[in-house]
Design a protein around this ligand. Structure first.
Ligand code: K2U
Ligand code: ZN
Length: 172
C-alpha cells in the first residue's frame, strides 16, 4: 500500500527553497514518485512537486486527466527550454495554499525536457492546461508559488486570507 504524504502549507520555508537536482539512479526516486502520485490523486490535484511534500528534489508528477484513465507523468530534473511570447491567463490553485485561487498569466506554450524513471531523455511541447501545470510545478522547484505572479496587493490579500483560514482550522 503506497502511503499518502503530508502536503506542506505556506508559509513553510521549504516551499521557498531551491530544490536540488536528482542524481541519476537515486534509488529513492521510484518509491517517492509513487507516493507523490498517490498523494496527488487523493488531494485531488493534477500536479505535485517534491518540495510540497518536504523533499527538496527536482522531481514533479503530473496527471491532467485524473478522473479518466490515469495517465501519470514522472519528470526528473525537468527544465523549460523554450516558451512562447504569446501569453495565456488561467485561474490557478495550489495544494500548498488550500482554498486560494487567482488568475495567473503565463506563456501559452512551453517546451520541456526531463529524464523519465527509466532514465530516458524526454521532450514535450505543451499548451493549455498542461502548459500551465508544467510551469506551475517547475516554479515549485525554484521556491516560486503562483502568488508570486500576482500584484503585491493581490498576493498579500491572498496570503492574509490563507493565514486566517489556516488559523481558524487549527482552532476547530
Ligand atoms: O499545488 C499544485 O502544484 C497542484 C496544482 C497544479 C496546478 C495548478 C494550477 C494550474 C494547473 C495545475 C493544483 O492544485 S491541482 C488542482 C487543479 C485541478 C484542476 C485545474 C487546476 C488546478
Ligand atoms: Zn502548487
Amino acid at each position: 500500500m503506497t502511503d499518502i504524504l503530508p502536503i506542506l502549507y505556506v508559509p513553510d520555508p521549504r516551499l521557498r527553497a531551491k530544490a536540488k537536482p536528482v542524481t541519476a539512479g537515486d534509488p529513492r526516486i521510484p518509491a517517492l514518485a509513487e507516493q507523490m502520485l498517490a498523494t496527488m490523486y487523493k488531494a485531488p490535484g493534477i500536479g505535485l512537486a517534491a518540495p510540497q511534500v518536504g523533499e527538496l528534489l527536482r522531481l514533479v508528477v503530473i496527471d491532467i486527466r485524473p478522473d479518466e484513465k490515469p495517465d501519470p507523468m514522472v519528470l526528473v530534473n525537468p527544465e523549460i527550454v523554450a516558451e512562447s511570447k504569446e501569453l495565456a491567463t488561467r485561474e490557478e490553485g495550489c495544494l500548498s495554499l488550500p482554498g486560494q485561487f487567482a488568475d495567473v498569466t503565463r506563456p501559452a506554450r512551453v517546451k520541456v525536457r526531463w529524464t523519465d524513471l527509466a532514465g530516458a531523455k524526454r521532450e514535450l511541447e505543451a499548451d493549455g492546461l498542461l502548459s500551465a501545470c508544467l510551469q506551475h510545478e517547475l516554479d515549485h522547484l525554484d521556491g516560486r508559488l503562483f502568488v508570486d505572479h500576482l500584484s503585491a496587493l493581490k498576493r498579500n490579500m491572498l496570503l492574509r486570507k490563507l493565514a486566517k483560514e489556516l488559523k481558524a482550522k487549527e482552532r476547530e
